[in-house]
Design a binder for this molecule. Structure first.
Ligand code: MN
Length: 247
């Protein structure tokens, strides 16, 4: 019989796998992080302590309140930017998983006037438009990091109902209805950015249409095609994929 603790353990395993996948795919390096909403407490999320995603194990995962406070007293050093996650979960009850990344290929689109549009079918989950959030708009000169609840809330406002928000001179934050969905968009967003950058050198570019994005959004995140990608990424990252039922 499945107990609530089993469910929590399996969720933590998948979150560890997501950390390893994102590191192995080059989406995160020493920095960047991925979280899931707590499977039993809608007003908490699970996130590693401050650690490079490649090194994260189940013992490093801790629960946080949506305002960024650790649930457990004396829990180890948290990520400075955990407020990104809390802000998104607070403002978007539909969101189950969040990724924050500094992927290089996305950065030019955070500082220029050229919009990051979906141009490859695998990146359609990013949506037709990706807003750019500038921390300076409401907070003036900062270190550009999202280090308090107000900044996290403001970033979540910038995300709005989108899947991805770019962060000026910093990176991106992606939000998913499932862990699988947010990992997929985070893996393909930097590839899309690189391909768009290459294509812009060739001349005018045709992006996916709103209709194409809409049709592709109907793919079930728990479908066998999605599980195939998850298994592949886990195999490359050297970690067990867990169960498709839990993704
Ligand atoms: Mn950051």
């Amino acid at each position: 019989m499945t107990t609530p603790n089993d469910k929590l353990e399996r969720s933590i395993h998948l979150l560890v796998a997501a950390n390893r996948i994102l590191a192995n795919e080059g989406v995160v390096d020493a920095y960047g992080h991925v979280s899931i909403r707590h499977p039993h407490h809608h007003d908490q999320f699970l996130l590693s302590r401050s650690l490079s995603p490649e090194l994260v194990t189940a013992q490093d995962i801790f629960a946080y309140h949506l305002d960024g406070r650790a649930v457990m007293e004396n829990s180890p050093n948290p990520y400075l930017e955990r407020f990104i996650h809390g802000g998104v979960y607070k403002n978007r009850p539909d969101i189950q998983a969040v990724v924050h990344s500094h992927a290089d290929s996305v950065l030019p689109f955070t500082i220029s006037q050229t919009p990051l549009k979906p141009v490859i079918h695998t990146a359609s989950d990013m949506g037709v438009e990706v807003p750019v959030w500038d921390i300076q708009d409401h907070f003036g000169d900062t270190n550009l990091l999202v280090t308090n609840e107000d900044q996290g809330d403001d970033l979540a406002q910038g995300l709005g109902e989108h899947k991805v928000v770019l962060m000026r001179g910093h990176g991106f934050t992606a939000a998913g209805r499932s862990l699988m969905e947010v990992v997929k968009v985070s893996v393909y967003l930097p590839k899309n950015a690189k391909i768009l950058m290459d294509a812009l050198r060739l001349g005018p570019v045709k992006a996916l249409t709103a209709g194409e994005v809409e049709i592709r959004s109907k793919v079930d995140p728990k479908s066998p095609q999605m599980w195939r990608a998850w298994e592949f990424w886990c195999s490359k990252a050297g970690i067990a994929p867990g169960s498709s039922q839990d993704l």
